[in-house]
Design a protein around this ligand. Structure first.
Ligand code: FRU
Length: 490
């Protein structure tokens, strides 16, 4: 079938999206697929004043399959509308139904020198050499994409690289465009870099951008490179053998003449289990905005019973301060989703704790006052009345840790997760923001220094929010709960 026919077939499969929309687990204000399966964010870009987000998509079932690119669009980063499927497997380099796996794998987007929107993606066909090639598709309206007739634009992995060669991220610096691509050499993850002019039609190999140090990955998926503060940041999603682990962010120096990146610091981007393959874009205000797949490989696919799987995190602004502290903060535009809040009175909370009901899809802000003597405290979200069901966060401000225990979260995976922030002398002024949706929780602590993103599947009647100091009292300066409205325009 032609690309056009494949796209029409994909949108025909998505026609039952009304049925998916009735599902109990359906997320209210996070991007999820119209039907079927979603993984990595792709092609996150501002184009002609609108924000485009593409994603790894299989409309045929709620499981990974031949990869398409789904497409949503927004004018404010808060409300999203589905657009027609942007890419479908159709060519020799991205399609072969006789193989187990194939398709249009992850990639990115940038406008070219003529104002067209260019998508660069990996064409994948299992058990073939070359297995993964880099290709482009071009659009004049940001909606309909034609695959370039001279694809692949990069037809084989570079010297010393294996056939794992995927996920091109386009980066403009001055008049040049770089493509940073994940690769593996023997058992070492690495990112390699190519250079082009702004047409993005022909690419010159520069070399290895950066390679794993023996601990941080046997394959680097979805690399991203961009200026952040005085430095460059390199993000990648490491695989350790066959296990996918938390995405890392390094800060360091990028030499655009040699194409080499020298890392100075490295940390985990988000300590949660369900945060993978993040991708960033820069908007017209110069903000560096990050979004990630809010799920992880090899997790129980609870929502498959409703015909869908996978979602996106909220878009977050990524910053670094002069001390090198990296922060992620949900975009202020998301406040447009807030409904009339429930505000609790300022109070001192002792050992008895304090509980209040919070809607299933809500934002919660907790700000502790200077009179807080507790250094450790506990937060329960989505708690049942008897608290037998609950997702439990433990915060220790002196140790600088926050953990998430999902042992009693409902159905789904129970593994624990943890994030770190700079230890503090006192708890006064400490702020926690929580974004709860039907089957997800994102926590931002200490001004976004520590973040935890997890999927949870409690019963819909579990709406308790509970705080409890462990070793003193908490002075609650502010506790505000906003019910969140729908992010969907369709
Ligand atoms: C990361 C990833 C990418 C690949 C895509 C396939 O989650 O494995 O490396 O391009 O998913 O869907």
């Amino acid at each position: 079938m032609s690309h056009q026919e494949m796209l029409e077939h994909a949108d025909f499969l998505a026609a039952n999206k009304e049925e998916i929309a009735r599902g109990e687990w359906r997320l209210k204000y996070h991007v999820m697929p119209p039907v079927g399966w979603m993984n990595d964010p792709n092609g996150f870009v501002e184009y002609n004043g609108q924000y485009h987000l593409f994603f790894q998509y299989y409309p045929g079932a709620a499981e990974w399959g031949p990869m398409h690119w789904g497409h949503v669009i927004s004018e404010d980063f808060a409300h999203w509308r589905y657009l027609p499927t942007a890419l479908a497997p159709s060519e020799e380099y991205d399609c072969d139904p006789s193989k187990q796996g194939y398709g249009c794998f992850s990639g990115s987007a940038l406008p070219d020198s003529d104002g067209n929107l260019v998508l660069m993606y990996t064409g994948h066909v299992d058990d073939r050499v070359p297995m993964q090639t880099q290709n482009i598709a071009i659009s004049t309206d940001g909606v309909h994409f034609e695959k370039y007739e001279r694809n692949p634009v990069i037809s084989q992995p570079p010297a010393g690289g294996t056939e794992d060669f995927r996920d091109p991220k386009l980066v403009t610096i001055g008049e040049e465009v770089f493509a940073v691509i994940g690769n593996r050499s023997e058992e070492t993850g690495r990112a390699v870099v190519y250079k082009s002019d702004k047409s993005m039609r022909s690419w010159e190999y520069m070399g290895v951008l950066s390679a794993a140090d023996g601990k941080n990955g046997t394959m680097w998926e979805c690399p991203d490179l961009f200026p952040l503060g005085e430095r460059f940041a390199l993000i990648f999603s490491p695989m350790q053998g066959t296990v996918n682990t938390n995405p890392l962010i390094q800060l360091g120096i990028f030499d655009r003449k040699t194409g080499q990146f020298t890392a100075e610091t490295e940390r985990v981007l988000d300590g949660g289990i369900d945060f993978y393959a993040p991708q960033t874009m820069v908007d017209h205000q110069g903000r560096r905005i990050l979004i990630a797949w809010m799920q992880q490989w090899f997790q129980t696919n609870v929502t498959a019973s409703e015909g869908w799987a996978g979602a996106m995190t909220l878009p977050r602004e990524l910053t670094v301060d002069e001390r090198g502290t990296i922060r992620q903060v949900p975009l202020p535009e998301l406040e447009a989703l807030r409904k009339a809040p429930v505000v609790s009175e300022r109070r001192i909370v002792g050992q008895e704790g304090f509980s209040v009901e919070a809607p299933v899809s809500c934002e919660i802000k907790l700000l502790l006052g200077e009179e807080t003597s507790a250094q450790k405290f506990r937060i329960l979200v989505r708690a049942s009345e008897d608290r037998k069901e609950a997702t439990v966060f433990d915060v220790d401000t002196v140790a600088g840790t926050v953990t998430c225990d999902r042992a009693r979260s409902g159905v789904g995976n129970t593994s624990e997760s943890a994030a770190k922030f700079r230890p503090r002398a006192g708890t006064g002024g400490f702020e926690i923001r929580l974004f709860l949706d039907t089957c997800s929780v994102e926590l931002f602590a200490a001004g976004g220094e520590a973040t935890l993103t997890n999927r949870i599947y409690p019963s819909l009647s579990s709406k308790g929010f509970f705080i409890e100091p462990v070793d003193g009292e908490m002075q609650v300066d502010e506790l505000t709960i906003w019910p969140m409205g729908s992010a969907y325009l369709d």
